[in-house]
Ligand binder design. Structure first.
Ligand code: SF4
Ligand code: SF4
Length: 64
């Protein structure tokens, strides 16, 4: 399973990219995207998804 960024909610702030332990997040055309092949939902690193935890667009940009 993988988390997803809702593109039209993303402000492009980049906070999530820095937090991802798998380097699964990258910028594409001004918004950020999660590579589903790299996202492990932070299992093995953290108890919760770090991208969703730091995203300032509460709840709607990286839904659980
Ligand atoms: S849930 Fe974790 S591994 Fe997946 S994209 Fe977010 S920070 Fe990266
Ligand atoms: S933290 Fe949220 S708003 Fe910022 S780049 Fe990531 S998904 Fe977009």
């Amino acid at each position: 399973m993988s988390y997803k960024i809702v593109a039209d909610q993303c402000t492009g702030c980049g906070a999530c990219e820095y937090e991802c332990p798998n380097k699964a997040i990258s910028e594409s055309g001004g918004v950020f995207v999660i590579d589903a092949g790299k996202c492990t939902e932070c299992k093995g690193f953290f108890d919760s998804a770090q991208c969703a935890a730091v995203c300032p667009v509460d709840g709607t940009c990286i839904p659980a």
